[in-house]
Design a protein around this ligand. Structure first.
Ligand code: NAD
Length: 343
């Protein structure tokens, strides 16, 4: 087991990994604290029916490491961490489960702060909050998705300016995958800016709403990679930038909310060689964590909108450096993060 964890590619010098269990509630959770050089580790809690414990460990390490990079580039005074609860979010959730997680976080004394993620909600976080104050994303105003969507939109604007030398989205075609919490709001902003939308989702209701409200054209789940578009906006799944899709995409810009868009690290360079400007996922989708961090640290919210909009400036810097140094945008973004958090 030890050999597996320390040799795991994503272990990457995690400061601390905690296995938390509580038999009465059935809690089996893993809390990963990747790096706290910039402040307490912050990142959401995912609940997922993992096939096995190794898959859960792999996921939490990968996500936790990613949060360190995301939080550092976003200029937040926090480090990176993540937690996963092993279980079915549709069947296994109880208030006691999340209270037990709260007790586990309390034992960490604030080194890690959680929030909602895939499979968890503000209501679950309210149960965590019964046992600890090291939790954010609470209440009606806790939803970070509109801020993630805003970050994606300003990110797309920066990419259009760099790649197409245009200040306007008018008439550009965006192939958008996933009309969920983030994707729909991002699509609305693109529509209001004059872009034409081609959308794919497995949720028929979301598709029809986008057709009615935003004039979107609907295509099949797999056909989204083949459509003639200027921008590909992945807002559903990870790993959609892979050798197959890169050979099919017509868009010369990728800007979307999904985490871990590159199937493998070398896909960043593959995008560059194909002339695709890739807005690194952890830079462009940081709007939500900016919102959660402001809430947790009680930072006055009047500067929050401007902070999210600075994602556009950061991306402009990433794109310019990538050009100047002949590097993939993903490599440049990693270097900017590492310069901030590595001591
Ligand atoms: P969500 O679950 O609300 O939306 C996902 C959407 O994708 C749903 O409408 C779903 O039906 C659709 N979908 C699922 N499989 C699909 C497929 N094969 N093809 C097309 N569509 C499919 O999630 P969300 O909160 O909108 O997050 C979207 C992505 O952005 C996720 O990868 C998430 O990790 C990432 N992200 C979200 C936030 C946030 O603030 N919510 C922040 C950072 C990153």
């Amino acid at each position: 087991m030890t050999a597996f964890v320390f040799n795991e590619l994503n272990f990457d010098d995690h400061e601390q990994v905690v296995f938390a269990s509580e038999p009465k509630s059935g809690l089996r959770a893993i809390i990963a604290v990747h790096n706290t050089n910039l402040g307490p580790a912050m990142g959401g809690c995912r609940m997922w029916n993992y096939d096995n414990e190794a898959a859960a460990i792999n996921d939490v390490l990968r996500l936790s490491r990613g949060m360190t990079y995301k939080n550092a580039v976003a200029g937040l005074p926090i480090g990176g961490g993540k937690s996963v609860i092993i279980g079915n979010p549709k069947a296994d959730k109880t208030p006691a489960l999340f209270e037990a997680l709260g007790e586990a976080l309390e034992r960490l004394g604030g080194r890690y702060v959680t929030a909602e993620d895939v499979g968890t909600s503000p209501a679950d976080m309210a149960n965590v909050a019964k046992k600890t104050k090291f939790v954010a994303g609470l209440g009606d105003r806790g939803d970070p998705s509109p801020f993630t969507a805003l970050g994606c939109f300003v990110g797309a604007q920066a990419a259009v300016k760099h790649q197409l030398k245009r200040d306007s989205m008018e008439g550009l075609v965006v192939a958008l995958q996933g009309l969920g919490h983030v994707g729909y709001d991002y699509a609305r902003r693109l529509h209001e800016a004059g872009a034409k939308l081609i959308v794919a989702d497995i949720d028929q209701a979301a598709l029809h709403r986008a057709q009615e409200e935003l004039g979107a054209e609907i295509v099949g789940i797999d056909a989204i990679y083949d459509v003639q578009a200027d921008i590909y906006a992945p807002c559903a799944l990870g790993a959609t930038l892979n050798p197959d899709t890169l050979s099919r995409l017509k868009a010369t810009i990728v800007a979307g909310a999904a985490n871990n868009q590159l199937a493998t690290a070398d896909m960043g360079e593959a995008c560059r060689q194909k002339g695709i400007l890739y807005a690194p996922d952890f830079v462009v989708n940081a709007g939500g964590i900016i919102k959660v961090c402001y809430e947790y640290l009680n930072t006055p919210e009047d500067g929050m909108d401007a902070h999210v909009r600075r994602i556009g400036d950061t991306l402009a810097e990433v794109f310019a450096r990538a050009d100047a140094e002949g590097l993939a945008t993903s490599v440049v973004a990693d270097r900017i993060a590492e310069a901030k958090f590595k001591r």
